[in-house]
Design a protein around this ligand. Sequence first.
Ligand SMILES: *[C@@H]1O[C@H](CO)[C@@H](O)[C@H](O)[C@H]1NC(C)=O
Ligand SMILES: *[C@@H]1O[C@H](CO)[C@@H](O)[C@H](O)[C@H]1NC(C)=O
Length: 443
Amino acid sequence: MQPIPSRSAALFLLLCCHVTSALSQKSDSALAVVENTEGEVEVMDEGDEGGDFEVVQPTEEWQTLKPGQAVPAGSHVRLNLQTGQREVRLGEEQLKYLDQEHRETEETSISPEELKRVMKKIKEDMKPESAEHQDSVASRFRPMEELKREMAELDLLVQTDDQIMRRLLERFNSSSSTTEQRLSILLELEYLVHQVDNAQTLCSMGGLQLVVETLNSSDFRLQESSAFVLGSAVSSNPEVQAKAMEGGALQTLLTMLATDQPLWVKKKVLFAVASLLRNFPFAQRHFLSRGGLQVLSELFRGDRGGVLRTRIVTMLYDMISEKELISQAGLDPGLHASHQELLRQYSLVSLREGLLEEGWCSLIPELLDSTEHDFREKALRAMLALAPVCVDQYRSHRSLKASLLRLREQYQDMIQSQMILGEENEYFEEMMDLINALHVLLR
Ligand SMILES: *[C@@H]1O[C@H](CO)[C@@H](O)[C@H](O)[C@H]1NC(C)=O
Ligand SMILES: *[C@@H]1O[C@H](CO)[C@@H](O)[C@H](O)[C@H]1NC(C)=O
């Protein structure tokens, strides 16, 4: 994210637009600023090129600029946030001092409502002209284009993420928005909620609930995008995870996984489920009690292409090792009370038992048949993690031993040929270690 300056810093920028060239203002069109080579003021704008303009002579006092008026180069032009008018006075050089205090009190006295009104006015001022006109103007009035751009940037700076999100949510919630617009809003939200604060603000604005409700949309694309936003919002964000659970997100996501949906939707839904469960034993417990493991096993069996299989196994492996890590740390006697509570919560998550019941001891080995090293690695790691409950099933598995032997041979060959080539083979060595460890267990 780009850093956002404090409001007063942004206001300062906005207030003090010191123009080095001449400037004029027209009430309903963009600024037109031109200085000819002789340094004389010359103002041009659409439909009235080179026409007569009144040149205002600035004094020490601020004067309001009227439409069509121009000012000499070096003048200090500002936007009066109280009135929305542009004002001019002598530039700093001429004044020889900077009225800092005066300006500061002015800044702090501006209410958000006034600011919003002024911002809107600037926005309207900057509505793009017709393309044809822009072409001709842009090539001849560079200073005007630059000033416009600067102003637009200032406007952007004043918009905080909160303001942007509120605006996005209003538009998203508006009945006049099209599906295309909603989709692009969801993408923007997805970008914003990677920041922990933003995701929490989304909740407090009621946006998370909107996103969760959108999961139920009849449009697959909206389903996919809202699952994407949800998954990103809850990632590493306990507060938002809790809010999502409250809002019924888990049940809706599981229903989506269990019903007929395109693969690309399920991919994002799976991402959202995994993010929702990560480091959150409360959600994991509900996932188990609502038949989450059964839903996943059906998904696994139906996923012949293997796109979802690895993701599912990775997610299960992460859950197993997460619980493992907490339990191991739990043996430390000097443990903090909050950790004891965490330990207690994880003890309520009967993950291994559930996996055993839903047939995962024989499902995960299927992933070994994949041609992808990465998929196999995930399978091997998950199998090792599940060994305490699955070892009997591994031993009686009809093809597991043969699969392991085949893989061992293959990786041995690869390690050897890489050694001949003098290449790195650490990864394959690691695979060998996993295979051997599993092989030992099967004896
Ligand atoms: C969305 O619109 C509904 C009905 O107009 C309103 O009740 C709800 O508060 C709005 N939600 C948000 C987050 O703006
Ligand atoms: C989605 O629809 C289902 C079935 O109609 C409903 O039970 C569930 O509460 C809905 N979820 C949300 C978040 O609106």
